[in-house]
Design a binder for this molecule. Structure first.
Ligand code: PLP
Ligand code: COI
Length: 340
């Protein structure tokens, strides 16, 4: 086993021995291979660099109690990458190729998959970029698909301890009919400055509002938003300009089928935060991160508590994470084993 302080990992890059690389040329993908070279070699004129023709994904590998390793819904990441690719006129990475690439990278780096109960996981970063010799604004003819990985701990410092967020009125992350629903780097570039302001004020991240009216919550810069009402509803925003979070759709299903809550995707007005007794951010990196309070202009709205996770958020967390680590039976098709 490698010598890593698993319990104290943050969300940081670590160069692992192997990554997967595949090249698209003349209308087709090559076989793909594992590589020990962590540097990408690409033309200075690559459209990914100039015009943001790139997309990425994020998913995790989990070590179970028996020492096995499994992926959580990688088919959904493959499908989302295909949707993003459509929006940016990039070729699809077939679902089978995507999943096999993820499995191969996990297997090749298996000693870096954190131990069960360390609280850490192996984060996989699939990346699709337009490359080649093009300088006009047009789609690339050639593409690189790579998957690399690293062990990570919590994305937000608190983990399951609540942290606070701030609403952005000065900046949006996406335009109403833009690329908000696609996992493209440009959305994150747009979020760097508001994210920086949030961090300098000790907030974990930004809550973005719908870009057309600034009346409704869209999502967090790096995760989706959910709230729990006193009537036992799990509510999460529905909007064409938020990233369709795989964690969010999993929670909608688990809230309904396992916790007996009413699961609702709908409008979440920023001036109606009183509806919610609990709130959280959810995503692959964020897992479920309880929101203690939200700074909305001059008002600081506290949900359940600034220090303690609420009971329903805790139950959702236990169910989701229990499934991801193999302690709780998953709905059919959610778990993909990695042969090691
Ligand atoms: N929203 C944004 C902006 C994200 O970056 C992420 C992370 O992937 C999510 C939501 C959560 O999506 P998922 O649950 O698929 O990881
Ligand atoms: C993920 O949760 O996988 C993400 O992509 C969020 C990220 C910006 C770290």
């Amino acid at each position: 086993m490698v010598d890593i302080d698993w319990e104290n990992l943050g969300f940081n890059y670590m160069k692992l021995p192997f990554r997967y690389l595949s090249y698209y040329k003349d209308g087709q993908w090559d076989e793909g291979r594992l590589s020990d070279d962590a540097l990408l070699h690409l033309s200075e004129s690559s459209p990914a660099l100039h015009y943001g023709q790139q997309a990425f994904e994020g998913l995790k590998a989990y070590r179970t109690k028996s020492g096995a390793i499994q992926l959580f819904r990688p088919n959904k990441n493959a499908e989302r990458l295909q949707k993003t690719a459509d929006r940016l006129m990039m070729p699809h990475v077939p679902t089978d190729k995507f999943i096999k690439a993820c499995q191969a990278v996990v297997k090749a780096n298996q000693e870096f998959v954190p131990p069960y109960e360390s609280g850490a996981t192996l984060y996989l970063r699939p990346l699709l970029i337009g490359v080649g010799d093009i300088i006009g604004v047009q789609p690339a003819n050639e593409y690189i698909f790579t998957v690399f990985a690293m062990p990570v701990g919590p994305y937000f410092k608190g983990g399951l301890a609540p942290t606070n967020f701030v609403v952005s009125y000065d900046y949006d992350r996406a335009a109403p009919l833009g690329t908000g629903a696609a996992k493209v780097g440009g959305n994150y570039a747009a979020s760097l400055l508001p994210g920086h302001y949030a961090h300098t004020q000790q907030f974990s991240d930004v809550i973005y509002l719908d870009p057309a009216t600034h009346l409704k919550i869209e999502e967090v810069g790096s995760a989706n938003f959910f709230g729990i009402t006193s009537a036992g509803e799990f509510v999460t925003p529905l909007s064409p300009s938020i990233l369709p979070s795989i964690t969010k759709y999993s929670l909608l299903e688990l809230a309904k089928t396992r916790l007996g809550l009413e699961a609702i995707e709908g409008d979440v007005y920023i001036d109606e935060l009183d509806r919610f007794t609990e709130a959280g951010a959810c995503g692959t990196a964020a897992v479920i991160s309880p929101i203690g309070g939200i700074q909305n202009k001059d008002d600081f709205h506290v949900f359940y508590s600034e220090t303690k996770v609420g009971p329903i958020t805790q139950r959702l967390y236990d169910e989701l994470v229990g499934i991801q680590f193999g302690d709780i039976l998953a709905p059919k098709g959610w778990i993909y084993p990695v042969e090691i």
